[in-house]
Design a protein around this ligand. Structure first.
Ligand SMILES: Nc1nc2c(c(=O)[nH]1)N[C@H]1C(S)=C(S)[C@@H](COP(=O)(O)O)O[C@H]1N2
Ligand SMILES: [Mo]
Length: 272
């Protein structure tokens, strides 16, 4: 049993990281692009486990939050997720600060789990218990929801599922804004953010024909945060044009064109 003041007695660490919602577990393929880049402060889960001793049979850490209620017609007595022990590293926190300030109630006060690079659903707020277990947690948030269908090379379901853990490669164009008017024949800056649990190895930015999409410059990954990409574009010809960005992560995974939560995003601009 740990009190909040006991947590504060451990060394405090900060981790800058992306924080992304995977979207509704009832619509697992729908893109949400609910993403931010923030700094969490708190205690290393590794330090807490070293203090209590890691059971060698443990393969998962079950984390429970204080909230309960009805979701999709099912009465649930607590929000519970599980984290594979292999994911443990010094960046996994029991966080009590967000951007240098105490957590607010909606973000998990007094303390929450935070797993950088994993979708937000895994970072249990209003943390009440952590347990070392030899298998996966049996509640609906780990068995019924948050398990994605695995597709084959043709995009057909294989019947297998994979837990919603690592954040897949994704990118959004920030500039130009959707609907912007751009002058033809003039060089325009184009930039945006890209991110993936594994880090981004390439972002291609597309104007029209995919064969002519160009590689953007990508900021180096120095932490678990998102990476800025930059390029430029001299539009030719007047009219509506679609601009797209496509990110690839270091494990070779690319954003799909459609049908997944990390599908390519496009914006429409007006060339004048
Ligand atoms: N206890 C608890 N923790 C939770 C949730 C929840 O419903 N209950 N939602 C999860 C989901 S789906 C997301 S995306 C993040 C959102 O964290 P934020 O509100 O700090 O952005 O919290 C996660 N942790
Ligand atoms: Mo979420």
């Amino acid at each position: 049993m740990l009190k909040f003041t006991d947590l504060l007695a451990f060394p405090k660490y900060r981790v800058e990281t992306i924080h992304q919602c995977a979207g509704s577990p009832l619509a697992p393929t729908e893109p949400t692009r609910r993403i931010c880049n923030v700094v969490w402060g708190g205690v290393r889960l590794n330090d807490l486990l070293a203090d209590c001793g890691l059971d060698s049979d443990a393969t998962y850490i079950w984390a429970k939050g204080a909230d309960y209620g009805k979701f999709d017609g099912l009465e649930v007595d607590s929000y519970e997720k599980d984290l594979p022990v292999e994911r443990l590293s010094d960046d996994v926190l029991v966080a009590y600060e967000l951007n240098g300030k105490p957590l607010t109630p909606e973000h998990g006060f007094p303390a929450r789990l935070f797993v950088p690079g994993f979708y937000g659903t895994n970072s249990v707020k209003w943390l009440t218990s952590l347990r070392l277990e030899a298998g996966r947690a049996g509640g609906p948030f780990t068995t019924r929801w948050y398990n994605d269908p695995v597709l084959d090379a043709f995009g057909r379901p294989t019947g297998r599922t994979v837990p919603v853990w690592e954040i897949a490669p994704e990118s959004v164009i920030v500039c130009p804004e959707p609907g912007a008017s751009l002058q033809a024949g003039v060089k325009h800056d184009v930039w945006g953010w890209s991110w993936a649990d594994k880090g981004i190895s390439e972002v291609r930015v597309g104007f029209g024909d995919p064969a002519r999409w160009q590689s953007a410059e990508i900021e180096n990954k120095t932490n678990r945060g998102w990476q800025r990409f930059t390029t430029n574009w001299i539009p030719a010809g007047a009219g509506k044009q679609i601009v797209r960005s496509l990110a690839r992560s270091f494990d070779g995974t690319e954003q799909p064109a459609s049908g997944r939560r990390n599908a390519v995003h496009s914006i429409s601009v007006k060339v004048i």
